[in-house]
Design a binder for this molecule. Structure first.
Ligand SMILES: [Zn+2]
Length: 89
């Protein structure tokens, strides 16, 4: 299997050997103690994170708009209900 763009490979925490691919198990040299850590390509990773932040920003402003809309909607509903109750009394 291959990794997404921001992940450059796997590094054994014991011997530091790199593996370009494969999440099939621990380091072949060290055995079970050779836990593999995911190594990130920071340049590609930062570009990826910028994209994530852009998307999150867009979502946040959209969410803010929805919240404002809901708040306005609730106020209008409350006014309408209050007005209708007064007419019935
Ligand atoms: Zn190792």
């Amino acid at each position: 299997m291959s990794f997404p763009g921001c992940v450059s490979g796997l590094v054994c925490v014991r011997c530091g050997r790199r593996r370009a691919r494969g999440l099939d198990g621990p380091c072949a040299t060290c055995g079970p103690e050779g836990v593999l850590e995911i190594e990130f390509d920071l340049k590609k990773g930062s570009a990826f994170m910028e994209y994530v932040w852009k998307v999150a920003d867009g979502l946040a402003s959209a969410f803010g708009l929805i919240c404002l809309f809901l708040a306005g909607f609730l106020i209008v509903i409350t006014i309408i209900v209050a007005t209708l109750r007064r007419r019935h009394e």
